[in-house]
Design a protein around this ligand. Structure first.
Ligand code: AMP
Length: 189
């Protein structure tokens, strides 16, 4: 199963990816998580990305494409993977097409999770309280910027994947278990 979870910050991509990885026995590949661990470990990648991530901008396509391409070569990605937070631009989606073509594999589905903007803000503020401010980008100002970038740069992926016949849309406002069930049903179609 090769899956992309698509949706704005706070849509529940990470939550669902963690549930689905157990159900399908495939890894979650979150570019945000990879960048955050590089930042806390102060690797060269982390040092380069920190300011960009903290202010809510997108890290360059070259950097994230490289992260994903390398990660997909790992043995645990052979049976499949769940991409969470990548691709985020049309250029990244095109790069992913090329990466997958080179590896001789195809995506099975792209699941778009829709949640209304007020609820996104509520969830991210809640996440920041629960994590005790661990994510510098989970405050209201930076979040609004991230939502704007999502609308401008990531939302066009909905049409991109619809055009490829891969898009499934689920209502991310439902309780976690219902969203999981809806994703499983959409994938099984
Ligand atoms: P996330 O955990 O997916 O919300 O990502 C947190 C931050 O990491 C984003 O606001 C970006 O700064 C950076 N990031 C994560 N994934 C990507 C990506 N695919 N392209 C560019 N920047 C990314």
């Amino acid at each position: 199963m090769r899956l992309i979870l698509l949706g704005p910050p706070g849509a529940g991509k990470g939550t669902q990816a963690k549930i689905l990885l157990e159900a399908y026995g495939i890894p979650q590949l979150s570019t945000g998580d990879i960048l955050r661990s590089a930042i806390s470990a102060r690797t060269p990648l982390g040092l380069e990305a920190k300011a960009v991530v903290d202010r809510g901008d997108l890290v360059s396509d070259a950097i994230v494409n490289g992260i994903v391409s390398e990660r997909l070569d790992a043995e645990d990605c052979k049976p499949g993977f769940i991409l969470d937070g990548f691709p985020r631009t049309i250029a990244q989606a095109e790069a992913l097409d090329q990466i997958l073509a080179e590896k001789g594999v195809r995506l099975d589905a792209v699941v778009e999770m829709t949640v209304n903007p007020d609820e996104l803000v509520r969830r991210v503020i809640q996440r920041s309280k629960e994590s005790d401010g661990a994510r510098a980008d989970d405050n209201e100002d930076v979040l609004r910027k991230r939502l704007g970038i999502y609308q401008e740069q990531t939302a066009p992926l909905v049409a991109y994947y619809r055009g490829k016949g891969l898009l499934k849309t689920v209502d991310g406002m439902e309780p976690v278990e219902s969203v999981t069930a809806a994703i499983k049903a959409a994938i099984a179609q």
